[in-house]
Design a protein around this ligand. Structure first.
Ligand code: FAD
Length: 483
């Protein structure tokens, strides 16, 4: 079976790897000059700098399982302690109250003692336990649910920055059904989100759980390198975009940017949604139209290194989040305080995230300046950075806005008559590295099961034909014996 995989990000690599392991003849095409997509690690002067993701969740096991399968088990590294995260509020870094799960307070004392909120704001949030459950009937923004239940200050200063740090978008536009359907279930079951949180805490095992996020000692790029080294005998073509897919009987013809074509039994499209829409424009115009409605937003990460002695505030924790508009940056990861082996002794490494569209259009020097000024103000840094690296991702984060699941249903319906075409990647069912790996692997299985189905259908046809021949022969023999 021949399969074309388009897109050499983690989703496409995971799909190609699964297909190669199952014996498929794979052609992987990537429009860019290297594999990995958003995952890229740079090692310079003893610093390990991530341009994209710096870690992955363990709860969704696909990334951890794959890392272990690729022989990277010994490289898996838990974050350093303390794991405190701070919020920038009124020119100070204040700790997030203990027991705050995704912005929902589940421990009363730390929340009541927190200087993040006024007594009235705390009272308003505490009233959540007595509110009628009233789960929303259709899909709504996560922010709408949280604002109604806890009031604006909790969302603006705590829940919003936390949720947006995870999903890369504003809490007021993210789809509840696509990203946090559990909130709706919790309301229906417990009548209140605080009560649901308390119940979850009470039933949680007392045994110490493993780390929720981990990384790889030599950086996330080592996952890409390990996958790339196991793709043989697949054909990997860099700098070669997929342009279009057309049907040719039961097979497909993929036209590539270098003017060549590839005939294939299956096609996995693991590119961003706009490129998938372009490729499917002729063969599945309905899917292309729905794909075009998945919008993206840009983001930039500015990694800055400093001499440790230049910091007035020691780095103790994983970083801080910034409520909308309080600083030009939205978050800062204290990379060398979160992970071991990221910076030489006596130095620190941090990464500031910038999302404002106006800032993203500026050049790298201006972004470094904006990030450095924000960090200097928040953490009292004196002097210039030792090293600066900027990674600007134009339109990198798919927006899971309200109605996302409906868009996916439209795409699935439009692709249903085209067995052998599968989509995977951050645009669809989760943006995290484990989600993208799981989607790539599922797409590979979908294509492989088509082969199994086709083989079964072919063998059924063979059986039917041979039994028809046997019946015919029997009939002829019977008529001969009668004559
Ligand atoms: C700054 C940043 C930080 C992040 N942090 C985390 C984190 O800490 N943890 C986490 O789990 N996730 C994180 N994410 C999210 C996660 O990294 C991404 O969602 C995931 O890597 C996307 O993988 P993908 O394969 O779907 O897409 P991509 O990585 O975008 O890969 C798609 C590939 O398709 C190629 N392509 C485009 N058009 C074509 C075409 N026509 N033909 C062929 N190839 C094409 C592209 O060049 C690209 O290589 C972060 C993302 C960013 C941007």
């Amino acid at each position: 079976m021949r399969v074309l995989v388009a897109g050499g990000g983690i989703a496409g690599l995971a799909a190609a790897h699964a297909l190669v392991r199952s014996g498929a003849d794979v052609v992987l095409v990537e429009s860019g000059p290297s594999l990995g997509g958003k995952i890229a690690t740079e090692r310079v002067d003893g610093f390990t700098i991530e341009r994209g993701p710096d870690s992955f969740l363990t709860l969704r096991t696909a990334a951890l399982d794959l890392a272990r399968e690729l022989g990277l088990g010994a490289e898996v590294m838990a974050p350093k302690k303390p794991e405190d995260v701070f919020i920038w509020h009124r020119d100070r870094l204040l700790p997030i109250p203990a027991g705050t799960g995704l912005g929902i307070p589940t421990r009363f004392v730390p929340f009541l003692l927190s200087p993040l909120f006024s007594p009235l704001e705390k009272l308003r949030a505490a009233a959540e336990v007595a509110m009628p459950a009233a789960p929303p009937s259709g899909d709504v923004a996560i922010g709408a649910v949280l604002r109604r239940r806890f009031g604006d200050p909790v969302v603006d200063r705590l829940a919003g920055p936390l949720v947006s740090a995870i999903y890369g978008l504003a809490v007021d536009e993210l789809s509840l059904d696509a990203l946090m359907p559990r909130l709706r279930d919790a309301l229906a079951r417990h009548g209140s989100l605080v009560r649901a949180g308390l119940a979850a805490r009470a039933t949680r095992s007392a045994a110490p759980a493993g780390p929720q996020v981990v990384t790889l000692r030599r950086g996330m790029g080592s996952l890409v390198d390990a996958l790339a080294s196991r793709l043989a005998p697949a054909e990997v073509r860099l700098g070669t975009p997929l342009e279009s897919v057309e049907r040719s009987g039961a097979r497909y013809v993929a036209r590539l940017g270098d003017g060549t074509v590839v005939d294939a039994d299956g096609v996995v499209i693991a590119t961003p949604a706009a490129a998938a829409a372009r490729a499917l424009g002729n063969v599945a115009p309905g899917a292309a139209e729905a794909l075009r409605t998945i919008a993206y937003r840009g983001t930039a990460g500015v990694s800055l290194a400093y001499e440790e002695r230049r910091l007035r505030r020691p780095l103790t924790g994983h970083g801080f989040l910034v409520p909308e508009g309080a600083l030009p940056i939205v978050a800062c990861t204290w990379t060398s305080s979160k992970w071991s082996d990221r910076a030489p002794d006596g130095t620190v490494l941090m990464r500031a995230t910038i999302r404002a569209d106006g800032l993203l259009r500026r050049g790298p020097d201006e972004l470094v300046d904006v990030a450095h000024r924000s960090l200097a103000r928040a953490m009292g840094i004196e002097g210039a950075p030792l090293l600066a690296r900027t990674a600007v991702w134009d339109g990198a984060m798919p927006r899971y806005s309200v109605g996302h699941l409906e868009r996916l249903a439209c795409i699935a319906a439009a692709l249903a008559p085209l067995p052998g075409i599968a989509l995977a990647g951050a645009a669809y069912r989760g943006t995290g590295v484990p989600d993208c790996i799981a989607q790539g692997q599922a797409a590979a299985q979908e294509i492989l099961s088509r082969e199994t189905k086709d083989e079964r259908a072919a063998s059924e046809i063979r059986l039917r034909r041979s039994s028809e021949r046997t019946d015919q022969a029997r009939g002829e023999a019977a008529s001969l014996s009668r004559s």
